[in-house]
Write a protein that binds this ligand. Sequence first.
Ligand code: TMP
Ligand code: ASP
Length: 250
Amino acid sequence: MPETPPSETAKRYEGKAKILYATEDESVLLTVFKDDATAFNALKRGQITGKGQMNCTIAAALFKYLATQGIPTHFITQTAPDQMTVKALQIIPVEVVVRNIAAGSLCRQTGLELGTILPQPLVEFYYKNDDLQDPLLTRDRLLLLNLATPSQVEELAQMALQINQYLTTFFKRCNVTLVDFKLEFGLDPQGMLYLADEISPDTCRLWDDSETDPERRVMDKDRFRQDLGGVAAAYQTVQERVLQAIAQFS
Ligand code: TMP
Ligand code: ASP
């Protein structure tokens, strides 16, 4: 896998955790995953050594797994430990969050107790807008802002629920509970919807089934958000278990 850094002139977009570069093929972008970590809309910043490589490897494995289940994803191939090529898409500026267990902002905003098992998965939409701090959207606000059409909103929710089923099953094999996660989607020039961005311990809450202690069980970015320590080690364990489970699935 080539390790040459892409040229600065090809840089198309830099986010908090990834940089996107143009390639010779205009329908393909190169994504480079960074070790930079942010939380609370970048109020908290840090570095997690090896995160770029681990998240890229975990995301590649999960995208491949989802593709075998029939989910269209933007993933093409992992070209280096911290790099993957992806389909160039028009990203819909909506973060789709699926929750199985109450945690994070759901607890803060509703008073539900951490760890409450939800009677059915909850799908939420957030406006991907740093200036507005990614506010929670209603479906009507989403339509008002023309962020998606009514049928696209239904498709987003259905795909997210389907992905939740596949990922929940997958992570069970890793001895991990998928508490909640965030997805992003994009459209190709024909208007077909693809899963985009990444799925990693940055974008999921993952609890270790072999731990009952509410701090020790955390295997995701909450270790960074809440200063729990052992962030890179937790990501490393997720990577090992995901790669082991992938080997069993294929
Ligand atoms: P929340 O409880 O903070 O709303 O987060 C829900 C899920 O979405 C959790 O798995 C973390 C993920 N997430 C992101 O990937 N990016 C974000 O900017 C936020 C706020 C959450
Ligand atoms: N990704 C967001 C940020 O960088 C929030 C989070 O993940 O907590 O601020």
